[in-house]
Design a protein around this ligand. Structure first.
Ligand SMILES: *Cc1c(COP(=O)(O)O)cnc(C)c1O
Length: 388
C-alpha cells in the first residue's frame, strides 16, 4: 500500500513510496524516460482545468484556434501524442468528412487507402498509419528516393504522401520538392515533425511550405503532457481528423485526450512561443561545458562541446558534451561506462548519439537536465574515467 501522507505532500516522494528509481535524463525528451518535465505553469493550468466539466467539442475547437494561431495553419487539434496525430492524419486523408467512411475504419475496403513514404523514412512510428487501416507504399531505397519513384507510386488508390522530418531521417528529396510533385496530383502531404521543437521556427515552417497536415509531440521540447500532441493544417483535413477522434465513437476514441491535457498542451504552447530560446540554448551549452571541463586532461579521453542543429550540425538536437576515446585509452569500454552510469544511484541515462556513431561516443544531451545534474554527471564520469 502507498503511504497516503506521502501522496498528500505531492513531492517526488511518491516515486520513492512506489519503489521507483528516479533517473537523471541526459538522453533528451524521450518517451521511455517520461517525456519532459512540465513547467509549473502547465501543471497548475492542468490542475485548474480538472475542477469542472466542459463540452469537449467546444474545448477542442477553442484549443484548435490557439494552435492555428501559433502555427500559421488554418486549423489545429490537440491529439494523444504525435503518434495519435498520425493515426488521425491517415484517417482524415482516407475518409475526409464522410461519416459513412469514418464509421467503417479501420476497414478501408473501397476507399483510397495507400500512403506513400520514402523508404528512408520508414520507422516504428509509421505503424500509426496502418492502425487507421492504411497501406504503406514505400518508394526508393534507404538512402534515396528519386522524385520519379514517388510519381510512379501515385495512383487512384493514393490517399496521401507522408514525410518525416526527424533526426537521422533522409532529407532527399526535400519536403518542398515532395509537396510540389504531390500537390500537382491533387493529393495531400502529411508531415511527422514529432521531435522537431525546438527550434521554434519549425512551428510554422512546414505549414508555410504547404504541408497539409503537420504533427508535433506535446511532451517533447514543447514540455506539455507526455501523452499529448498537436496536429495542424488545412481546415477540411483537421475537421476530418477531429471527426475521426474522441469524443466521437470513431477510430480515434481509444486515443482520447482529457480536458486537463488539452489545457496543458495549450499552456505549454503559449509558454514555448514566449520562451527565450537563445538564452535556453546558451544554458545547454553551459551545462555541456561544465562536463567537458571536469574531464579535461584525462589521458586517452577527449571531451568537447559539439554544435547543435542550429549551428550546422544537422544531427544533434542542440549543443552536447561528447566524449570520445583514443587508441591509448586503457579504461572501461563505452558499453561498460554506460552500464555503470545506468546502474548507479541516481541512474544516469546518456544520449543516443550521432546516428551511426553512437557506439563510438558517450554524449550528454543537456536539454533535459535539471539544474545541478550536470555536476552530478561530471563527478560520476570523472570517477569512472580516472579510477581504474
Ligand atoms: C517521438 C516521435 C513520434 C511519436 O510521438 P509521441 O508524441 O511520443 O506520440 C513519432 N515520430 C517521430 C519521428 C518521433 O520522434
Amino acid at each position: 500500500m502507498i503511504d497516503t501522507d506521502i501522496i498528500k505532500t505531492k513531492g517526488l516522494g511518491i516515486y520513492d513510496a512506489l519503489g521507483v528509481k528516479r533517473v537523471i535524463n541526459a538522453s533528451s525528451w524521450v518517451t521511455t524516460l517520461g517525456g519532459s518535465i512540465m513547467p509549473s505553469e502547465v501543471v497548475q493550468a492542468m490542475a485548474g482545468a480538472a475542477d469542472c466539466f466542459v463540452d469537449m467539442r467546444e474545448l477542442n475547437m477553442k484549443a484548435g484556434e490557439i494552435i492555428a494561431q501559433h502555427t500559421g495553419a488554418e486549423a489545429g487539434l490537440v491529439t494523444s501524442g504525435a503518434a495519435g496525430a498520425m493515426v488521425l492524419q491517415a484517417a482524415a486523408c482516407m475518409t475526409g468528412k464522410d461519416l459513412g467512411k469514418i464509421s467503417r475504419l479501420p476497414d478501408t475496403a473501397g476507399m483510397k487507402n495507400e500512403i506513400i513514404m520514402l523508404r528512408g523514412h520508414r520507422m516504428g512510428f509509421d505503424r500509426a498509419f496502418t492502425l487507421a487501416g492504411a497501406r504503406i507504399v514505400d518508394v526508393g531505397t534507404v538512402r534515396s528516393s528519386p522524385l520519379w519513384t514517388i510519381k510512379a507510386a501515385i495512383s487512384e488508390r493514393t490517399a496521401a504522401m507522408a514525410y518525416v522530418v526527424g533526426w537521422g531521417m533522409s532529407r532527399w528529396p526535400s519536403l518542398e520538392e515532395v509537396i510540389e510533385i504531390v500537390h500537382k496530383h491533387g493529393l495531400p502531404v502529411i508531415v511527422d515533425a514529432a521531435a522537431m521543437l525546438p527550434p521554434e521556427e519549425n512551428l510554422t515552417k512546414f505549414v508555410a511550405m504547404g504541408a497539409d497536415l503537420v504533427c508535433f509531440s506535446g511532451g517533447k521540447g514543447l514540455r506539455g503532457p507526455q501523452s499529448a500532441g498537436i496536429l495542424c493544417g488545412r481546415k477540411e483535413l483537421v475537421e476530418a481528423a477531429a471527426l475521426n477522434g474522441s469524443p466521437n465513437m470513431s477510430l480515434g476514441r481509444p486515443m482520447k485526450v482529457c480536458k486537463e491535457e488539452v489545457i496543458g498542451v495549450i499552456t505549454a504552447l503559449e509558454l514555448f512561443v514566449q520562451r527565450d530560446h537563445q538564452a535556453e540554448w546558451e544554458e545547454w551549452r553551459g551545462k555541456s561545458q561544465t562536463i567537458v571541463e571536469a574531464l579535461r586532461g584525462i589521458p586517452g579521453v577527449s571531451a568537447t562541446v559539439e554544435k547543435g542543429n542550429r549551428e550546422g550540425n544537422l544531427e544533434r538536437e542542440g549543443p552536447q558534451a561528447v566524449i570520445r576515446f583514443d587508441a591509448s585509452w586503457k579504461g572501461p569500454s563505452i558499453p561498460e561506462i554506460k552500464e555503470s552510469l545506468l546502474s548507479g544511484d541516481p541512474s544516469i541515462h546518456v544520449g543516443h548519439g550521432l546516428l551511426g556513431y553512437a557506439s563510438e561516443e558517450i554524449n550528454i544531451a543537456p536539454q533535459t537536465l535539471k539544474d545541478g545534474e550536470e555536476e552530478v554527471i561530471a563527478e560520476r564520469l570523472c570517477s569512472l574515467l580516472t579510477v581504474h
